[in-house]
Design a protein. Structure first.
Length: 86
């Protein structure tokens, strides 16, 4: 029986407050760092560790970028709740 491969379709990323406000304060360089991190997360959101206090949330931290998010049940949308870029 053939194995089902993971879909190559990337999830849509949605920012909610306060993440939306946080993104508006970023510099062009920081936005580029954020975009790269979001692309990495979108490739496999389930691979990101769970948040320490809320198991439904995922907490991505790498190279000065922190993104707290959760994915919809089917994984088609990533909802970003917090953004931090050094």
């Amino acid at each position: 029986m053939p194995k089902h491969s993971r879909s190559s379709r990337r999830p849509r990323v949605v920012f909610i407050e306060p993440a939306e406000t946080q993104v508006r304060t970023l510099t062009t360089v920081q936005v580029a760092q954020l975009d790269a991190a979001l692309n990495e997360i979108a490739a496999d959101p389930a691979d990101v560790k769970t948040h320490a206090t809320a198991t439904a949330l995922r907490d991505y931290q790498h190279a000065g970028v922190r993104i707290v998010f959760y994915a919809t049940a089917l994984g088609s949308i990533l909802i970003v709740t917090y953004v931090e870029v050094d």
